[in-house]
Structure formats: structure tokens, C-alpha cells
Design a binder for this molecule. Structure first.
Ligand code: SAM
Length: 234
């Protein structure tokens, strides 16, 4: 395999890195909070005594959004994040690397089978800043005893009415001035075409619920069916 030769922090996002390889290629990465542990078969790279995990944008929509020049990424060192639709924890693991031990991620997943895998991954890796929660994101009050105020609410549940579910959670858990991150299906990549009805409805919901949209990126070519939207509520 090609040797990694250098690492640079991302131009805008602390805790996100570019690894440079001897063939001139670069890959996105985070600093591994749990050195020696892999999460989804990603490459581990040691440079200057620090271990990094390559962040595969084909496996993580947040990674894809950063590759596609996302400008606002509200998750950083120390952030408290409510993550709805954790699945087995692929993206959660990189968010866990970024927020570090002063941060915290509440990872909500409602499929018992998927949750078991998520929980096992968190335990195997020893990620102390992730709290896995088996619950349905449509009912935020289900986890009120576990979750404290969060700086960022993130949703990727691959279900209709995500914007409503996210806003309902934000009403309960998001701090004043907090951010939302939303993965939305089917924005048309072709600018001459109208965006899909679903897309328009989701954007309208976000605005009606008091958020300003501050950034939006397509995820092509990493993911052809989605866009990632960042919003802020004052
Ligand atoms: N965000 C993950 C990542 O990047 O690694 C992938 C998430 S996957 C597209 C969507 C997940 O949301 C599935 O694991 C599904 O079981 C979960 N999900 C769907 N509806 C949900 C709900 N109402 N509450 C909680 N989780 C839900």
C-alpha cells in the first residue's frame, strides 16, 4: 500500500485532517480516540506519534459533505451532539474522534438488531464519549432522562419527515443558538430541474420551525441520493 507522508489539519474544521500519501493523493481522516481500534475496516495511519483513521466518504455522509466543500461544520472539540439514526456507528465514530473526551454523543437507534451491533462496537472500542440509546427518534421524550442539552442535533434516519423529527428533538434538547445537521433525500443534482417535492417540504419545515439554513451540499459522487443541510436556530 502507498505510504502516508504528511498530515495537515483541515482549513476550517479543527479535529478533521488531510493525510497526504507519497503518490500525491490525499484522504480525509480524524485522529483516532481509541488507538489500535478500527470501526469499519478503515485504514489506520501513524504519523508523528499520532494515529489517524481514514474517513471514507462513500461510507459516511458527513465525510462526503466535507469532501464536497461543506463550509459550516458545527461539530468540534468538546461539542455535545444528539445523533439520530446512529446505525452501527460509522459516522458516530468519526464524530466521537472530533469531539474528544470533553465532548459527548448521544447516539439514538431504534432497530434492536442494529443497536446491538452499535452498542457492541462502542464497547469493543472503548469509546467513552458515546452513549448509545435504543429509542425511536419520533418520540424525543423517550430519552429525556438520559440526554442533557446539546450543541448540535444531527439526523440521518432515512425516513420521511426527518425535518419534523429533528425539529421536535431540537425543541427539547438543543441549546439556544445551537445547530442542526440534516441529511435530506433527493435534491436534484441537475440545476435546471426542480428540486423534488420531498426536498422542498423538508426545507420548508426547517424554516417554519425557526431555523436559518446556513449551508447545503450535494453528496455526489459519494452518495447520489442525498444532500446535507446545516441550519442554526437563534
Ligand atoms: N448515520 C449513519 C452513518 O452515517 O453511519 C447511517 C444511518 S442509516 C442511513 C439510518 C438508520 O436510522 C438506520 O440504522 C435505522 O434503523 C435508523 N432509524 C430509522 N428510523 C429511526 C427512528 N425513528 N428512530 C431511530 N432510528 C431510526
Amino acid at each position: 500500500s502507498v505510504r502516508a507522508v504528511d498530515v495537515k489539519e483541515h482549513e476550517r474544521f479543527k479535529g478533521v485532517y488531510w493525510i497526504e500519501f507519497e503518490d500525491g493523493s490525499t484522504r480525509l481522516a480524524t485522529r483516532n480516540l481509541t488507538p489500535g481500534k478500527r470501526v469499519y475496516g478503515e485504514q489506520l495511519i501513524n504519523l508523528g506519534g499520532v494515529e489517524y483513521r481514514v474517513w471514507n466518504p462513500y461510507r459516511s455522509k458527513l465525510g462526503a459533505a466535507i469532501m464536497n466543500k461543506l463550509e459550516a461544520m458545527p461539530i468540534s472539540e468538546g461539542s455535545k451532539v444528539l445523533y439520530l439514526g446512529a446505525a452501527s456507528g460509522t459516522t458516530v465514530s468519526h464524530v466521537s474522534d472530533i469531539v474528544g473526551l470533553n465532548g459527548l454523543i448521544y447516539g439514538v437507534e431504534f432497530s434492536p438488531r442494529v443497536f446491538r451491533e452499535f452498542m457492541q462496537n462502542i464497547i469493543d472500542q472503548g469509546r467513552l464519549n458515546v452513549i448509545p440509546i435504543l429509542a425511536d427518534a419520533r418520540y424525543p421524550e423517550q430519552y429525556i432522562s438520559l440526554v442533557k442539552g446539546v450543541d448540535v442535533a444531527y439526523i440521518d434516519v432515512a425516513q420521511p419527515f426527518q425535518a419534523k423529527i429533528l425539529a421536535d428533538n431540537a425543541d427539547v434538547y438543543l441549546v439556544k443558538g445551537g445547530y442542526i445537521i440534516l441529511v435530506i433525500k433527493a435534491m436534484s443534482i441537475d440545476v435546471t430541474k426542480e428540486p423534488s417535492e420531498t426536498f422542498k417540504r423538508e426545507i420548508d419545515t426547517i424554516k417554519e420551525r425557526g431555523f436559518d439554513i446556513i449551508n447545503m451540499v450535494h453528496l455526489e459522487p459519494y452518495d447520489v441520493a442525498h444532500a446535507l443541510v446545516v441550519g442554526k436556530r437563534d
